[in-house]
Design a protein around this ligand. Sequence first.
Ligand code: G3P
Length: 234
Amino acid sequence: MAKSLPRLIEFPVIVINFKTYIESLGNGGMKIAKEAERVSNETGVCVCVAPQFTDLKSIANAVSIPVFAQHVDPYPPGSYTGSISVEALKDAGAVGSILNHSEKKLQLTSIFTAVKMLKDAGLLSLVCADDVEPAMAIAALNPTMLAIEPPELIGTGIPVSKAKPEIISESVRRIRSINREVKILCGAGITRGDDVYRAIELGSDGVLLASGVVKAKDPGAVIREMAEAILSFR
Ligand code: G3P
């Protein structure tokens, strides 16, 4: 069932957002990225990481798995102090960027511009939506991937795929009626292999998660359990 996009991503996919957790900073982030790479190489399941900005380049240089940025600003290079440009991501070795995370929201027009700028640069977009209606508006922008994440479940360890399965199945059904290309991920509270299994069973193309791996005692073991859940669909 795995299908490829032009650049590196195979589905179902696991995307690990490092956020700004202390556990994922510097050496900690490098260790998690290396574990993700090891599991991906050993299982054949695509695992991507989205490191903290200051670690993006060193991690992208050190691992062979796809590395995403956590955010990008919809501005060209120039007088935009403190902003992150698409060119900077490309230079750092990122394959794409997360956009509109519920912790880093953007206006729809900015999402539109950033998706286009990423596409023009040959990079991928992973746009987040917190519910079905915004997901429909975002699907119309034709990003590479769209992740449905109910904010109230983020960081709780209560998996969206069990607590709100209907938001996944309903999003998949409605998005597919207007866009058959976009890959649909889900996230929030995903901490176990079983949560990933349920997410795929509900029709999603993968998961976007953070604390379940980043704050785990043994991140590699959790990533492996999740990859094995995906393998059971092959
Ligand atoms: O970007 C992933 C995220 O918002 C979900 O966070 O900690 O619930 O897996 P978490």
